[in-house]
Write a protein that binds this ligand. Sequence first.
Ligand code: AMP
Ligand code: MG
Length: 338
Amino acid sequence: MTKILKINPISPEPSKIKEAAEVIKNGGTVAFPTETVYGLGADALNLEAIRKVFKAKGRPSDNPLIVHISSIEDLRLISKRYSSAALALMDKFWPGPLTLILKKKKIVSEIVTGGLDTVAVRIPDNKIALSLIKMAGVPLVAPSANLSGRPSPTRAKDVAADLSGKVDVIIDGGKTRIGIESTVIDMTTSPPTLLRPGGLPVEEIEKVVGLVQRLSVSHEKEPAKSPGMKYRHYAPKARMVIVEGDSEAVQSDIRELAEKSLKDGKKVGILAFHIDFRVKGCITKYAGSRPGTVAGRLFDLLRAFDRDGVDLIISEPYGGEGLKLGIADRLKRAAGHK
Ligand code: AMP
Ligand code: MG
C-alpha cells in the first residue's frame, strides 16, 4: 500500500515530515519533490532500503544513485576529500540543481555508486526535501521517482502513475520548479567533466572553476565514468523522432512524415517549440520556446502523449547553450537518438 501525504511546499507541516522521516528511518521508501524532479528517497546507509529503490524503479544495478544531503557538514560522512574548486561550487550553488562526483568514503556502499569509488552528491533546493533529510537524520539516495527509462516525474500524480503500490509513501508537494534533473559534474578529473547537462547551466559553473570538459556522448560510445548514461532514458511509450534541419525544411518535413503516418492509420503527436506550428489531424502540444518554460513542461508533455495513446511523436528540434543543453539531451535520449 502506498500512502499519499499532501504537504505544503512553502511551509511543510512538521508532523507530516516526521511521519515520512519515520518511514525512511525504518528502511522504507518515500517519493518527495525536489526543485528538479520528484525523487524516490531511501536511507543511503541502509542496503535493504536501497535495494527497494532499485526494485521499485526496475533500475539496472550498475546505474549509480545520487546521495542527497541537507548541509555541507553532512558531506564529512560520505566523502573523504575534495578540491577547493569543489568547495567553491558547493558554496555558490548548493542548495541547487548541481550534483558533484567526489571520492567516496568506505561507509558508502558500491550498491549506491554502481561499483565506482566515487559518490554523486547534492543538496536539493526544496523545503520539503531539506526538512525530510534533516528529520530522517541520514543522507538519502533519491533517483528520479519514475519507472526506469520513463520520463521523470514533475508532479506527484506522475509518481503515482509509475510507482503506486511499489513504494511506501508519495509526498505531494506540488509541481517541481525546474523540471529537468541536476547537472552532474565529475570533480575527480582535471579539468572537471560534465557528465550530464541539467538544471544548472555549465557556463555558470565555468565562471567559478574555469573550463569544464564536455564528453562527446554518442549512444554507441559510452563514457565508462557514468554507467547510467548508456540506457535509453526519459522515453515515452510512443515511438519518437526529432526532425532536424533549418526551420522551414523542418516544418515541411514534419508535415510530410505526419501525413504519411496518419495515412498508415497511426495516431500522431507533434511536439512543437513554435507556437503557430500545427499539423491537421495530429495532436499538437506546445512546449514553449523559453528554456525555463520548456524544461518545466517537457516530461509532462511526453507523459501526456502516452495518456492520449499516440503511436508516434514527431518533435521539432531544440537546443543551444545554457539550460537548452540539458533540454536537448533529454529530448534526444527520449527519442533514442532517432
Ligand atoms: P538519476 O538518479 O536518475 O537522476 O540518475 C543519476 C545519474 O547520476 C546516473 O545516471 C549517473 O549518470 C550519475 N551518477 C551518479 N553517481 C555517479 C558516479 N559515482 N559517477 C558518475 N556518474 C554518476
Ligand atoms: Mg532518472
